[in-house]
Structures are given as C-alpha cells and as structure tokens.
Design a protein around this ligand. Structure first.
Ligand code: TA6
Length: 300
C-alpha cells in the first residue's frame, strides 16, 4: 500500500484534512489510503487510488453515495461504488483495453488542500503518466481533480493532452447514488432527450418521455442532456448539476448482479446516474488542449 506518512506534511496545515487507511473505516486487511475531508458543512472520503470519492455526507444528512458492502480496497482493483472516474475513455475500448480507462486504478497524488472563505475545503489530486498509462495510452498527459467539500460536493476535472497527435477522449463521473431501493427511485431531468439502450449490446435509440423509474436491468446512455437531473427517493431529492453533455443510467438488476462478486444481493441499494462526455459526445483533443468538466451533487 502507498505509505500514509508520505502525504502528511502537505496536509497538516489544513484542519479537517487527513490521510487514513480504508481498513480503519471499512475493515479488510491491507487497505488503501483515503483522504478524509471534514468540516461543519459536510465530510468526504477520497481514495487516492482513482481519486475515487467513496463517501460524501452533508452535515445532518446521510451518505449520498452508495459503497458496496462487498467493495474491496485492493491496489489495482476498481472500488465498487462511490464515484469512479472513467478516464480517458468510457466503457469498453475498441482495442480490447480494460473498460473505463486506467485512471480509476492508478494512484493519484495530493497536490493541494485549502479551506475556502465560506468554510468549505478544496483538495486537488493529480495524475500523470505511470507504467499502466504508458502501456494503455502512451501519450503524456496531466489530469487534475479538484474536490470541494461543503454542504454540496463539487468535482472539477481537467485533462491536458500532451501528446503530439490529436486523440479521442471520453470520460464519466460514474456516480453510484444510495437510494434505499432502486425500484422506488424517480429520476427527472432527461425528458425529451434521446437514449441509447446498451443492454445486451443492442445499442438502439429511443426517446425519453417524462420521469424515469427503473423496473429491470438498465444500461442507457443519454446524449445531449440538460445540465440538471434529480433523483427522488423515499426520504430525499438529490440534485446533480454538470456542464457535461451525457448521462448514463445503470443498474444490473438481480441476475447480473449475482455474477458480480462485489455487488451480489446488494444490487437494489443504488442507481448509477453518471455525467460525462461519451458516445455522441466524445471529444477530440488536439495537442496541448485541455478538457474540463464539473459536477455538483447536493440535497434539493
Ligand atoms: O456505466 C455503465 C457501465 O458501463 C455498465 O455497462 C456496467 O458494466 C458498469 O458500467 C460497471 O462497469 P465496471 O467495469 O465498473 O464493472
């Protein structure tokens, strides 16, 4: 595991920011380092592997993020739940490379931590080329994720392409929301848009009419979506605001979840409402170009 003490000196100046081991919160043996960020408005845990949010609790509220009770914190293995960053490609790769890119299984470094004037805390994590990216991507790059923890959670991602030729780039904030029972959750903010149904690889296009409520295995890519979606559960409404163009809605349902060791019979506790730029909304990055995307989660 990455040494915890290696990060301490940069962080000790900011009250409420510390490095802990996932095993102290979630059990397990070796564990992974988590950046803990807490203030009067809210608290978050971020795995340095993947710059992966695993918990965000607004003060007085419940965790907005679902983390699988069966999640494993093992170096090189994606954590099931929270907000995996799919980067620099979303989904399967035409060249047969691992789904969702290398960023979620790479170790990011903490670059900065500061308390803002309104009391929120902002931390910045950085990823630059490593052995895995050199194999899977090849080009030089710099990815940065700024995470602001207050009563809302804001992620601001940038990715600078430092290669010599243009590249195709896609990304998603693959958020798993804790909804109690996915069958009771209502998703608004997609009315009138078009989705691509990717269940079983069908990839058929359909119009979305009104509120979305899942009743079966769902894997849909909505393109050219409005900035805001909401998820309404039995107890609360969560707002998702992003300047990205796509939304992905996913829950595997019971049969497929049974084949996933880190989901199993806990499948009903979450719905993924992901924001990013995928499918029709992928981007071409010219040499030296920087892609930017933000997403804010809050209680309505
Ligand atoms: O975003 C939806 C999706 O691409 C699904 O197709 C499903 O495979 C899911 O992500 C989880 O992928 P993972 O590689 O994390 O198991």
């Amino acid at each position: 595991m990455t040494s915890l003490s290696a990060f301490d000196s940069r962080l000790t100046d900011v009250a409420g920011v510390s490095i802990i081991s996932s095993s102290s919160v979630y059990g397990g043996e070796a564990g992974l380092p988590l950046l803990s960020v807490a203030n009067a408005q809210g608290k978050a845990l971020i795995a340095l592997q993947g710059a992966h949010l695993v918990s965000f609790v607004p003060a007085g509220g419940e965790d907005l993020l679902w983390l699988s009770p069966k999640a494993v914190f093992t170096e090189g293995k994606a954590i099931r739940g929270g907000i995996p960053l799919c980067l620099p490609w979303f989904g399967g790769h035409p060249g047969g490379k691992p789904a969702h890119g290398f960023a979620r299984v790479s170790n990011w470094r903490v670059d900065a931590a500061e308390q803002l004037a309104d009391g929120a805390i902002r931390v910045v994590l950085v990823l630059e080329p490593n052995a895995l990216s050199n194999t899977l991507w090849g080009d030089d790059f710099r990815a940065e994720l700024a995470v602001t923890v207050g009563s809302a959670l804001t992620l601001a991602l940038s990715f600078t392409h430092r290669g010599a030729a243009p590249v195709t780039f896609s990304q998603a904030f693959h958020t798993y929301f804790a909804v109690g029972d996915v069958r009771q959750a209502r998703i608004d903010g997609l009315d009138g848009t078009t989705f691509i149904n990717t269940v079983g690889g069908a990839n058929t296009r359909h119009p979305q009419a009104g509120t979305l409520q899942l009743g079966d295995a769902t894997d849909r890519v909505y393109v050219n979506v409005p900035a805001e979606q909401t998820i309404t559960t039995a107890s609360q409404t969560i707002r998702i605001v992003s300047d990205t163009q796509s939304a992905v809605i996913w829950n595997p349902w019971a049969e497929s979840a049974a084949k996933m060791a880190d989901v199993g019979d806990d499948w009903a506790g979450f719905v993924c409402v992901e924001r990013g730029d995928v499918f029709d909304n992928v981007v071409e990055l010219a040499p030296a170009a920087t892609y930017r995307a933000t997403m804010t989660l809050s209680l309505a």
